[in-house]
Structures are given as C-alpha cells and as structure tokens.
Design a protein around this ligand. Structure first.
Ligand code: THG
Length: 369
C-alpha cells in the first residue's frame, strides 16, 4: 500500500506525548477527535505479540473527555444513552452507547461518574460535545459542558500490573475492572482506571497535570525496563481478535445498538428516559434485519480502506466487511462484518474479493477469542 505523510496543523492537534513517541519510533498516525493517534510503531504483528506478553505505554489522548457538570448533568448524560445509569456509582466506568432519536449510534464512550453532578464522557471519534450542547440548550438544562485538559495514557498488557504496582503500590492492584480512583505520584494525584482498549489487561491514567504526567510517562519507561516495556498504541489485530468495536469503522450513525450486539447495554424496562427509547422498543419488537458478526477468511493478507462486499455462494451480496486483518492466532484473515438476515448465523459460507482474489470464508460469533 502506498503511504503518505500527515500534514500537521493546529486543527489536527498534537498531544503532550507527541514529541516523546516521535523520538520512540512512531511510524504511522491516524486521527481521532481531531487529534493525532499513533497507529503503529513498526510491524503491527510484532507489536501484537509484544502486547500479549509484556506491557506497553500508549498515547491515547485522542480519547477526549466531554465533561458535564451541574444540577442537571445526570439527566443529560442519561438522556444520551440507552444504558440505565440510575444505579450508577461514583468511581465507576460504564460502557454506554450514545444514540439519537432514531436509535442510530452517535458514539460508544466510556462514561465515568466522578460525582452525581460531574461526569466525564470518554469519547470515540465523533463530536459528542456538539450533540450534548444542543440537547442541553434545547432542554434548558442547568449544566456546563466543555472539553477539559485530560490526556489519557494507557498501560496495557499482562505485565502492566507489576509495573503499576512498583510505582503506585499494592493498592492499585485492588482496583476492579472498570473501577477508578486517585493515586499519588510524587505529590500529584492522578485519576487511574482499570480499563483500556485491549483485552490484555491494564490501566488508563487520565492525566490532568501535564507536567506530572510527563514525568510519570518517563518513569514508566525507566521502571518498565525489567518488564520489557515498549511504546505502543491500540493494535488492530488484538482489538479485532478481542471483538472491541471501533466507532466509524465497525459501526456508525446508521446502525442501532441491537445490530451491533450491544443488547446488554440497552435497558428498556426501567423508567429512565433517553432519546431513541421508543424506537428501540419498536426495533426490539420487530427484530433486527442485520447484525455485526465475525468472518474467518481463507487468506493471509488484507489491508482495508473501505468496506468490502460479502457474498454468499450464489454471488448475492449479503453484507459488508468493515474491519479486517491477518490474525496470527487463526493463521487466516479475520474481520468484523455487518451481515444481513438470515445469513448472520455461524458457519454460513461467504466469499470476499480481496485485491482481485475471491476468498472463501465463514461467519462466526464475536468475539473471536
Ligand atoms: N478507554 C477510554 N475511552 C475510550 C476508549 C477506551 N473512548 C473511545 C473508545 N475506547 C470507546 N470504545 C470502547 C469499546 C470497548 C471498551 C471500551 C471502550 C471496553 N469494553 C469491554 C469489553 O468489551 O469487554 C467491557 C465493557 C463492559 O462490559 O463494561 O473496554 O478504551 N477511556
């Protein structure tokens, strides 16, 4: 594939870690929330193997926060998501599809409840702040909505626990999955959650004090030597194998939560009110016509820049492949595809044209592993 350099500007924001990762060998960027997001440090496959065995530090500052503060903040956050947050607790993260009145997915953020009247919406790549402001203005809510200076650094991989314990003490190993708390680094408190966009385990540090955060970044690499630490970034192969969905790639505004397998994050039975609730009830009653599924394809290479048609044995188009990579685990190409009814059943045979080669494959459930 021919590659191009990226033209930096004020609009395409750098992060506090950019100068560091560039010294450390970042080789590709993508953009995320109008910010640079590292996409590779050399070979994706080498990084994948390293991530599964060791620990990596990721600049994921592009996962921006939308802070919602004030008397009506809980009402506004609930209005945006189909997940029931009425029993949510301070110090917990919640994976929450945000949907519009037509039940189309606007974003799939992690929501942090800092207190009852202060929330962070840790967004995927779409302008949630504009949607939130529009709703607040239209409903005359008493809230403040803004993007705080928070630059997340993720510590991911099985050795992240040992590394973080060395810096923050044993207390950090007691954090439960999707819990967060404040931890001291040389006199500065940092919000740290046990979370991250890999299934290899780890933490996310929501850096508000940039000076201390950069010191901490350097310290992690120093102490990390004995844990074989390396710089990294969300890894395409690992995230597809793990079935972590990517907004804008695997789903968008024209898909609903049921089609994306988000059933467990949809609560229609309680009395909370949110946009799209009636539409979701209708979809649930009528059933869906397509669904995100896995594909395992007999091929050993793929590089996607747009969706590809998925066909059945009679060459009828039965869906679209939206993300894919070569998986070392399966020794085949695997991908995430929106497949039409009634073809979204495991073992359904499919064909995909990869660079002029017609490759055979099968539908399977997500996640792959
Ligand atoms: N961390 C933070 N913000 C983010 C992401 C993140 N914002 C953008 C993007 N990633 C949002 N998307 C996801 C998708 C999946 C998960 C987190 C963010 C995730 N899912 C778990 C799973 O699928 O096993 C658990 C979800 C649950 O059941 O609660 O972790 O990575 N800060």
């Amino acid at each position: 594939m021919k590659t191009f350099s990226i033209a930096k500007s004020r609009r395409l924001r750098s992060t506090p870690y950019t100068s560091r990762i560039e010294k450390q060998g970042v080789t590709a960027y993508t953009t995320y929330n109008h910010m640079l997001l590292p996409a590779a440090f050399g070979s994706l496959e080498d990084s994948y193997h390293h991530l599964k065995k060791n620990v990596q530090i990721w600049d994921v500052a592009g996962e921006r926060q939308v802070e919602v503060r004030g008397k009506d903040s809980a009402k506004l956050v609930q209005m945006m998501t189909c997940r029931d947050l009425s029993k949510s607790k301070n110090g917990r993260c919640y994976y929450c599809p945000i949907i519009d009145d037509d039940a189309g997915i606007i974003n799939d953020p992690v929501v942090l409840r800092l207190s009852e009247d202060r929330w962070w919406i840790s967004i995927a790549d779409s302008d949630v702040i504009l949607f939130a402001k529009g709703l607040a203005i239209g409903n005359k809510f008493d809230v403040k909505i803004f993007e705080p200076n928070v630059d997340i650094m993720a510590i991911q991989g099985p050795k992240s626990f040992g590394l973080m314990e060395k810096i923050f003490g044993e207390k950090i190993t007691n954090l439960k999955f999707f819990g967060f708390d404040y931890f001291d680094f040389k006199g500065t408190k940092h919000l740290i959650a046990r979370s991250g966009w890999s299934k290899q385990g780890g933490y996310e540090i929501y850096v508000e004090n940039t000076k201390s955060g950069l010191e901490l970044y350097d310290r992690l690499f120093e102490i990390g030597k004995e844990f074989n630490v390396k710089p990294g970034c969300p890894n395409l192969i690992e995230r597809i194998e793990s079935g972590l969905l990517s907004y804008g790639n695997d789903m968008d505004l024209y898909d609903n939560p049921y089609e994306c397998g988000f059933d467990k994050y949809v609560n229609l039975d309680s009395d909370v009110s949110f946009l799209g609730k009636d539409k979701l009830k209708k979809i649930k009653a009528e059933g869906i016509n397509r669904k995100l599924m896995g594909l395992i394809i007999d091929a050993n290479e793929i590089s996607m820049t747009k969706s590809l048609d998925v066909k059945d044995e009679n060459n009828n188009v039965i869906g679209e492949l939206r993300s894919a990579c070569f998986s070392p685990h399966f020794n085949k190409v695997i991908g995430i595809a929106m497949i039409n009814k009634p073809f979204y059943t495991p073992s359904q045979n499919v064909k995909v044209d990869i660079n002029g080669n017609i490759c055979n494959g099968k539908v399977c459930d997500l996640p792959f592993i």
